[in-house]
Design a protein around this ligand. Structure first.
Ligand SMILES: [Cu+2]
Length: 133
């Protein structure tokens, strides 16, 4: 075998591997499951302050705390979790009713605890946007 031939084989192998990587990764990502939304809690706010979900779409919320233990409580969506610092707390939701939901911290975290809240908007992709309340 010539020197030239060796190079050709090596080059072809690399192209095949690159092709496998390119096609495998998007598929693997799609099979991982629902859309993931990260929500970070710290005294005395959630970040982001507002998330938008779609009616009927399953999403996985990943809850993290940057300081002390907080909570995330949204009764109509069945969400009631403690958020412990240093851990990722997951909750999976599939909202069935469109609307605007107020999420609150329900684990006392200090002086501003009572004002610690965020908004979860659930849109119905099948209906026109509402004109407000
Ligand atoms: Cu809190």
């Amino acid at each position: 075998m010539t020197r030239n031939g060796m190079f050709r084989i090596a080059g072809g192998g690399l192209v095949v591997i690159a092709g496998l990587l390119a096609t495998a990764s998007p598929r693997a990502r799609a099979e991982e499951g629902p859309r993931v939304i990260v929500i970070t809690a710290k005294r005395f706010e959630f970040s982001p302050k507002k998330i938008t979900l779609k009616k009927g779409e399953t999403v996985r919320l990943q809850l993290k705390s940057e300081d002390v233990t907080h909570g995330l409580f949204v009764r109509p969506l069945g969400i009631d979790k403690d958020i412990t610092p240093g851990e990722t707390t997951e909750v999976t939701v599939t909202p069935q009713v469109a609307g605007r939901y107020r999420a609150i911290c329900d684990h006392f975290c200090g002086a501003g605890h009572g004002g610690m809240k965020m908004t979860i908007v659930v849109e119905d992709p099948g209906s026109a946007p509402s004109a407000g309340n």
